[in-house]
Write a protein that binds this ligand. Structure first.
Ligand code: CTP
Ligand code: MN
Ligand code: MN
Ligand code: MN
Length: 375
């Protein structure tokens, strides 16, 4: 029997020991098809089917061997019937008729366009689609629509925001964030998280985690930072989410837990050195302005120092890795992991205290918090 029968982390470890992931053209074709299927199920709010394809895609991504025939995926986790059908068709026909159908589907195409706007999710897309709208042009032309502040910014900076953020841009923004934060808290730690911390070369935004080692906390820090940017004319949009941390509340057991940290979803103006001299000269000649900046999506999250390690783990992602890690904690280790802490579930189930009992259990959970090594 194959060693890949082991599930989750043990399976992942086995893969890592077996060698580096092997890339092949077929593998990318499979992963692309899975991603299209997952996205379509997301648009249909079918979370179970969506996750099935996302998991299958991440299993394939890390396989240390190429997939060329059905036998290669024998014993692999997360290969349900829906997934196998698609693999089989791609191996035999070179493409998946189902994925192709989705790509040609009018609803999928509209949702894909709608959700590419910052602030537009599946719910809004559904509403627009029901109203008969099909393209972004139609949405923009419809002036009966009431757009949120976020969606207005999404349309205003659409071109900049859909063009990906480069590593160089991330480094430039990182300097700005660090400089601004350290003006107010010189010892603060500012760490880039998200895709860029995972070593990706491009991203759709830049994520930062801020914490202050030692006892000093500053609840106003994030406000001071964005106020300064506002004064400097660098802040194009800002959605401040205040901390919702409630001591009596149990950790969320949902697989896709949001956390309770104070955070800010912002759009920053990043000035860029002018590269194209000809258009600059043209603009001088015709007295038109050349845009010398790019709108960049930035997420800022601030955490108490004792929760920093967990926040860093959660915000580093990927989303799928986070889901799997939380699933592993819960099912294999009887623990609960979220962006605030790791809790030991077994130590809560003491006589007289039911796990679902909200108040009593929270205190116990906190006493049995298991810190990660190397915080
Ligand atoms: N995340 C989180 N809690 C939130 C929002 C996001 O833990 N309230 C996590 C996500 O699960 C993800 C990471 O923070 O793993 C970064 O989120 P995001 O910027 O959306 O994704 P990236 O992996 O950075 O990819 P991209 O390049 O598209 O930004
Ligand atoms: Mn990101
Ligand atoms: Mn993302
Ligand atoms: Mn983000």
């Amino acid at each position: 029997s194959s060693r890949f029968e082991l599930l989750d982390i043990s399976w992942f470890t086995a893969c890592m020991e077996a060698g580096r992931p092997v890339d092949s053209e077929l593998k990318y074709r499979l992963m692309d098809a899975f991603e299209v299927m997952a996205e379509n199920y997301e648009f249909k709010e079918n979370e179970i089917f969506c996750l099935e394809f996302l998991r299958a895609a991440s299993v394939l991504k890390f396989l240390p061997f190429p997939v060329t025939k059905m036998k290669d995926i024998q014993g692999l986790p997360c290969m349900g019937d829906r997934v196998r059908d698609i693999i089989e068709e791609i191996i035999e026909e070179g493409e998946s008729s189902r994925a192709k159908e989705v790509l040609n589907d009018e609803r999928y195409q509209s949702f894909k366009q709608f959700t590419s706007v910052f602030g537009v999710g599946v719910k809004t897309s559904e509403k627009w689609y029901r109203m008969g709208l099909r393209t972004l042009e139609e949405v923009k032309a419809d002036n009966t629509l009431k757009l949120s502040k976020m969606q207005k910014a999404g349309f205003l900076y659409y071109e900049d925001l859909v063009s990906c953020v480069s590593k160089a841009e991330a480094d430039a923004v990182s300097l700005i964030v660090k400089n601004t934060v350290c003006r107010f808290l010189p010892d603060a730690l500012v760490t880039i998280t998200g895709g860029f911390r995972r070593g990706k070369e491009i991203g759709h935004d830049i994520d930062f985690l801020i914490t202050n080692p030692g006892p000093r906390e500053d609840d106003e820090l994030l406000h001071k930072v964005v106020d300064l940017w506002k004064k400097q004319g660098l802040l194009l949009y800002c959605d401040m989410i205040e901390s919702t941390f409630v001591k009596e509340q149990l950790p969320s057991r949902k697989v896709d837990a949001m956390d309770n940290f104070q955070k800010c979803f912002a759009i920053l103006k990043l000035y860029q050195p002018r590269v194209d001299n000809s258009s600059y000269n043209m603009s001088k000649k015709f007295h038109t302005e050349v845009k010398d900046w790019k709108a960049i999506r930035v997420d800022l999250v601030i955490t108490p120092f004792e929760q920093y390690a967990y926040a860093l783990l959660g915000w580093t992602g990927s989303r799928q890795f986070g889901r799997d890690l939380r699933r592993y904690a819960n099912h294999e280790r009887k623990m609960i992991l979220d962006n605030h802490a790791l809790y030991d579930r077994r130590k809560c189930q003491q006589p007289g205290i039911r796990f679902r009992n909200r108040k009593g259990c929270w205190l116990l959970l906190y006493q049995t918090l298991v810190p990660l090594a190397g915080v």
